[in-house]
Design a protein around this ligand. Structure first.
Ligand code: ZN
Length: 166
């Protein structure tokens, strides 16, 4: 997997730490890590490999195969909704979650993890009830919320816990 880390537009020069200029964003479709100039984050930047919109403003699905890469290789805060199809409150929150993703793009990414499909990840994070939201920054959990939120409270919770990457 790591051999694919070099995106076509990646800069070979030592730009490590120059977070002002570019952010890393992992493609939700193919898993390629892309470097996007911060100023161009809102311009519909596409994956250099598969041309998928990198910051689509829509919640994207995570799986065991993509989880660690998405969490660990992004310079943008990432919020994950641990949910399941049988969970009524999860389904009720889904439209608000989609609206929040659109409103917070491109500075914050919102993702979903189906705990029925990925019980190991749910266990790893000690998820006892769903929906549970976990906010990640720089690969680390920074906040957790159990129970569904409506749109205003969802936006407030995310904004109070992470620093948008824009
Ligand atoms: Zn891609």
């Amino acid at each position: 997997m790591d051999s694919r880390a070099a995106a076509p537009n990646s800069d070979p020069a030592s730009r490590k730490g120059s977070h002002e200029d570019a952010v890393r964003a992992v493609c939700a479709r193919c898993g390629t890590t892309n470097r996007v100039p911060r100023a161009r984050l809102g311009d519909g930047a596409k994956c250099g490999n598969c041309k998928e919109l990198l910051l689509s403003g829509k919640p994207f699905e995570l799986s065991k195969a993509t989880f660690d890469r998405q969490i660990g290789t992004t310079d943008l805060p990432l919020v994950v909704d641990f949910w399941a199809p049988w969970c009524g409150p999860c389904r009720m929150m889904a439209p608000a979650y989609e609206q929040a993703a659109a409103q917070l793009a491109p500075g914050v990414r919102l993702a979903k993890l189906n705990t029925e499909d990925e019980p190991e990840l749910a266990a790893r994070f000690g998820i006892r009830g769903i929906p549970t939201l976990i906010a990640f920054e720089n690969g680390h959990e920074v906040a957790r919320q159990s129970g569904a939120l409506d749109l205003p409270r969802l936006l407030a919770w995310i904004k109070s816990n992470v620093q948008p990457g824009l």
